[in-house]
Design a protein around this ligand. Sequence first.
Ligand code: NAD
Length: 308
Amino acid sequence: MARIVICEFMDERAVARLEAAHEVLYDPQLVGDGARLRAEAATADVLVVRNLTQVRGELLAALTRCKVVGRLGVGLDNIDVPACEARGIKVIPATGANALSVAEYVIASTMLLLRGAFASSAAVAAGQWPRAALGNGRETAGQTLGIIGFGSIGQTTARLARGLGMRVIAYDAMLQRDAPVFAQTGVEGVGLDELVRNADAITLHVPLLDTTRGLFNAARIGEMKKGAVLINTSRGHIVDIDAVAAALRTGQLGGAAIDVFDVEPLPVSPSLQDCPNLLLTPHISGVSTQSNERVSVMIADKVLESFS
Ligand code: NAD
């Protein structure tokens, strides 16, 4: 019997599956108490985390018995994977399990931002009737969506966008432009510069790496088609949020949806208040009722397999 420590939120049915076969400590608040977390980690065979727990440094040093770290999600930037591997700890992400949730967020945001008319509730209720100002939004069909990072989420987003009649172009640093996956998904493989210049909407689905940090800075945003919209559900640090705010105010960007930030929770940010056509969400694109269950069940099953 293994001892499993789960220190962030996990679907309770998946926790129950683990409890049926192993000793489980499930405490979603544990991540907020570093000293107690390290004490519990010392006797854990398995540690299950989301994106808040930093599995590195002192916590990693405390994991003396641990064989598996389960990640309830896919980005691994909160885990020092090489250091885990060097200590014989297997890191298991929930690959693909929240892709649909992120892809639907991207499509919904793209439609809202291109139309640019759905932040009018307060004005309409106040009797202002801004019909002339909001009557020239864009339809989504026929627009070009540029996807950067054509992995699990990028491909799922492409499938939904194609269903809406969008033209889809994509760039992935690990794929040649003629890689079969592009033709198989009805997508045109292009270079990064070509994508940035031609897309009406750009969505980012790359991991946070040295090669992606600062990818969408002021210069890159300046190369986008004027009035195009930008959606970032990947990670903060990949997009310069101050450059986004500035480009929204000049009209270089026609809209932006930002789900992830350099620092989370985002501190009070006057530069983001009253920005035109800006949607801000608190890192929820991958989190839905269904994806929470899929992610949790996938990790529970993989943990059970690794001890069978
Ligand atoms: P994935 O590994 O399936 O795909 C990532 C793709 O990015 C790969 O195909 C890879 O080749 C490509 N890539 C790597 N470096 C690149 C670069 N420099 N330029 C272009 N392409 C590059 O991952 P995924 O499941 O699609 O997830 C992508 C990212 O989305 C995750 O790493 C995570 O940070 C983020 N994410 C966020 C949420 C959320 O709730 N906001 C949820 C899930 C995932």
